[in-house]
Design a protein around this ligand. Structure first.
Ligand code: NAD
Length: 441
């Protein structure tokens, strides 16, 4: 099939590349000329495991192109995917101007019947609104499909190639068939392609993200309680997760969720509720708990170290989660902000997110090229992202480098008892010990 993908961010670039890899002809478009230039030089604007080889392979095979000329790309395609951003605007509502602008640009460029697919996360009612706006611009026939994306950054290629499900919102059986034909190669193991109406498809995406976010906030509250009552949240988690009604995923406490999706999607769903006269209380609590959780590691450092003025804090991990360079809403940014406000200095190491952190923080912190360099003469280590390479470190080397053997583990990657055996003072999230308190072990 001939496909145009509008927006070459995390979702658009992965979508376009994976469709091309299945033999489709794909034109990827972005208004950011610098991004397109880099892509045409073979430089990816994002870090996503496996994506660079896949892009190179499909560009070479002339199935994948990058350009700024949207009209040209739309004129060549039968299906146009909108993958532009929908960031939070004032009051928690999603900013829809990029979606509407792109939809109207597509409408002006259409030359024949076109299927316009909304892959961006958009609130209920968007497909209907896009239909009205497109109809006002073009005389050509068209369909608007809701096809929310569920990929996870860091596993995006794998998730796209083997989705748990594909959700397609359309009332037209012929359009549903075309979408099925396009996605069939990705669900050969039997995962479903769920055809539904547009509002249900739109709401499915927000429902899924909000529930996952709520699980994390719930576990974070339970972890904070564990600290008070002397329970170990990791044991509690295992006990809970063994219940098949609960399951194992998304039960890990930490220093809050970040990224470009959960915080904004939770707010956006709450906003939709309010617009329809419903106060969706769990959603507000989910984000409130999360905002508070982003401070927890700092509070533990303050409780243990007292005045942080002049203290040097080593930080391992900056990205909002492992396997990505995305810093949007990263909890590390809150921890850093609080440390700097308190007069501490931060020496950070992240395997891939240094350049994206520099775009946000510039030279407000120091960046180490290697993990152990960040530890030199630091008063404590704060772990903000659970990169695999941090899981089995050389503890002797760590102890020698640190001025004080103090670990504040915001992702619970170490065993408290083992750390204490090795002579570290360890503070995790909900590991049954409050900072400043005497060890019970
Ligand atoms: P992004 O900010 O990384 O990329 C958006 C891209 O769209 C940018 O490159 C921007 O320049 C481009 N753009 C904006 N307006 C344009 C226009 N008129 N024409 C052409 N290009 C235009 O965003 P993202 O993270 O890829 O997210 C895109 C959407 O997908 C959002 O709605 C998001 O909520 C949703 N989503 C994201 C993820 C994720 O993990 N990032 C997962 C699922 C769904």
């Amino acid at each position: 099939m001939k496909i145009c993908v509008v927006g070459t961010g995390y979702v658009g670039l992965v979508t376009g590349t994976c469709f091309a890899d299945n033999g489709n002809d794909v034109w990827c478009v972005d208004i950011d000329a610098r991004k397109i230039q880099k892509l045409n030089e073979g430089i990816l604007p994002i870090y996503e495991p496996g994506l660079d080889q896949m892009v190179a392979r499909n560009v070479k095979a002339e199935r994948l192109r990058f350009q700024t000329d949207l009209a040209d790309a739309v004129a060549r395609a039968r299906i146009v995917f909108l993958c532009v951003g929908t960031p939070s605007a004032e009051g928690g509502a999603p900013e829809m101007k990029y979606v509407y602008q792109a939809a109207e640009d597509v409408a002006r460029a259409m030359k024949e019947h076109t299927i316009l697919v909304l892959k961006s996360t958009v609130p209920v009612g968007t497909a209907a609104e896009v239909r009205t706006r497109v109809a006002a611009v073009t005389k050509h026939p068209f369909d608007v499909v809701s096809n929310p994306e569920f990929l996870k950054e860091g596993h995006a290629v794998e998730d796209f190639l083997k989705p748990d499900r594909v959700v397609v919102g359309t009332n037209d059986p012929r359009v549903a068939l075309i979408m099925k034909e396009l996605y069939d190669p990705f669900v050969r193991s039997g995962n479903p392609i769920l055809i539904m109406d547009n509002p249900s498809a739109e709401l499915t995406k927000y429902g899924a993200n909000a529930l996952l976010a709520a699980r994390i906030s719930f576990m974070n509250e339970l972890a904070n309680l564990s600290d008070r009552v002397g329970a170990d949240i990791d044991l509690v988690r295992q006990g809970m997760a063994s219940d098949s009604r609960i399951g194992k995923a998304f039960l890990f406490p930490g220093i809050g969720f970040g990224g470009s999706c959960f915080p904004k999607d939770v707010d956006a769903l709450g906003h939709t509720g309010a617009a329809h006269g419903l106060d969706l209380k769990l959603l507000k609590a989910t984000n409130d708990v999360n905002r508070a959780q982003k401070r927890v590691l700092f509070d533990k450092m303050k409780a243990r170290l007292g005045d942080l003025k002049g203290k040097r804090i080593a930080m391992w991990g900056l990205a909002f989660k492992p396997q990505t360079d995305d810093m949007r809403e990263a909890p590390s940014l809150t921890v850093i902000e609080l440390l700097l406000e308190a007069g501490a200095t931060v020496h950070a190491y992240d395997p891939v997110a240094t350049h994206t952190t520099k775009e946000v923080l510039g030279d407000k912190i120091q960046y180490a090229a290697k993990p152990y360099d960040a530890l030199e003469k630091a008063d404590a280590l704060a772990i903000c992202t659970e990169w695999n390479e941090f899981r089995r470190p050389d503890f002797d080397r760590m102890k020698k480098a640190l001025r004080q053997p103090l670990i504040f583990d915001g992702r619970n990657i170490f065993e408290p008892a083992r750390c204490e055996e090795l002579g570290f003072e360890y503070f995790g999230i909900g590991r049954g010990r409050q900072a400043g308190a005497k060890s019970k072990r």
